[in-house]
Design a protein around this ligand. Structure first.
Ligand code: UDP
Ligand code: MG
Length: 134
């Protein structure tokens, strides 16, 4: 069934000119770029976006990092888009990411791991709204 998910190309990947290489992986796997924009979010927006992690020890560093430079936000559309994007991204820690996944290919570390992807259809709707409302 066709669904939508939010993808972010995080600041570490934007900084290293990897936007095209990452988008190519989505397109080659039949995900359609429905919407896309490059933005530099502020700390308040970061805290809202990552509020589910507010009790984690890495929360402040995570919010500082995601607001440290421009990122690319996208709505990806396609069959099973939420899970497909998660599979293409690979594990959160690049050391555990399977060969050929985006994080295996491009991530620097568990915190600078190049991409975000919604983890459920429900959260995809919330995250898409946050980035693309209006
Ligand atoms: N993160 C981190 N340290 C950790 C775990 C996570 O810096 O020990 C960061 C990392 O950038 C990750 C984000 O927090 O992508 C959100 O964590 P989550 O567990 O939701 O991982 P994801 O869904 O991105 O794979
Ligand atoms: Mg997550």
């Amino acid at each position: 069934m066709s669904e939508q998910t939010l993808s972010l190309i995080k600041p570490d990947a934007v900084e290293r000119n990897l936007i095209g290489k990452i988008i190519q992986i989505f397109e080659e796997n039949n995900l359609i770029i429905e919407k896309m924009k490059k933005i530099h979010v502020d700390m308040d927006f970061a805290k809202t976006f990552y509020s589910v992690h507010s009790d984690k020890p890495f929360f402040n560093d995570l919010c500082s990092y995601i607001s440290s430079g421009p990122l690319v936000a996208m709505v990806l559309k396609g069959d099973n888009a939420v899970q497909k994007n998660r599979d293409l991204m690979g594990a959160t820690n690049p050391k555990d990411a399977k060969p050929g996944t985006i994080r295996n290919l491009y991530a620097i570390s568990i915190d600078k791991n190049s991409v975000h992807g919604s983890d459920s259809i429900e959260n995809a709707k919330i995250e898409i709204d946050l980035f693309f409302k209006d």
